[in-house]
Ligand binder design. Sequence first.
Ligand code: ATP
Length: 239
Amino acid sequence: MSQPLLSVKGVETFYGNIRALGGVDVEVNKGEIVCLIGANGAGKSTLMMTICGSPQARTGSIVFDGKDITRMPTHEIARLRIAQSPEGRRIFPRMTVYENLQMGAGLDNQKYFNEDVKRIFELFPRLEERQAQRGGTLSGGEQQMLSIGRALMARPKLLMLDEPSLGLAPLISKQIFEAIGKLNKSEGLTVFLVEQNAFAALRLADRGYVMVNGLVTMSGSGKELLANPEVRAAYLEGG
Ligand code: ATP
């Protein structure tokens, strides 16, 4: 089998003296949707941020697309085409939807700009309707669409999404998950997804990891984890 697109091995990350990741192993293969589920504070966002280089891993290794990125600065990692839609979305509130997308394209991708904007408007027709509206005045769901759209403008090899359904109404979450599935199926986009909505994430994902207190405690196919009694009790029932 070919080597994974992303390989995280034995990664420990600290905030001062506090160990947020205690030796994490995760792999993402090309063309997969992989999700990471876990309770608040488990370390999911920290893993995603560590992959992007801030904070950096104290020990272990992170290899992306054949390159060791463990000690690489964040801007160099981004240039390898890892794009992130972070928790809280972090769009530019004073810029219009269109300008936000322009920012996402960066200098390298200007030549694809019109083509890429068209693709994103096809995926999220709402963004086309709202293209002249300032980011900060969009609804939560629209901001999430914009955050994903902006990440896609970077033409990523790996799209990392941190809690895309956070705070959204169920119908809007469903649309977001459907769009992620569509991108994966139609373009073969590789996606690493962090979610508290374990049910939706595991249904969408090829494979999943469960994180507890900075450690991966379980992994398997989306179907296996959905059927696993421990996962059901902790993340799927009554929550
Ligand atoms: P959530 O779903 O609530 O976002 P998470 O699984 O993404 O949770 P992290 O945000 O990665 O968890 O947090 C992991 C641990 O690291 C938590 O105990 C948190 O308090 C701590 N932590 C996160 N960011 C910092 C920081 N900047 N400084 C100190 N501690 C931090």
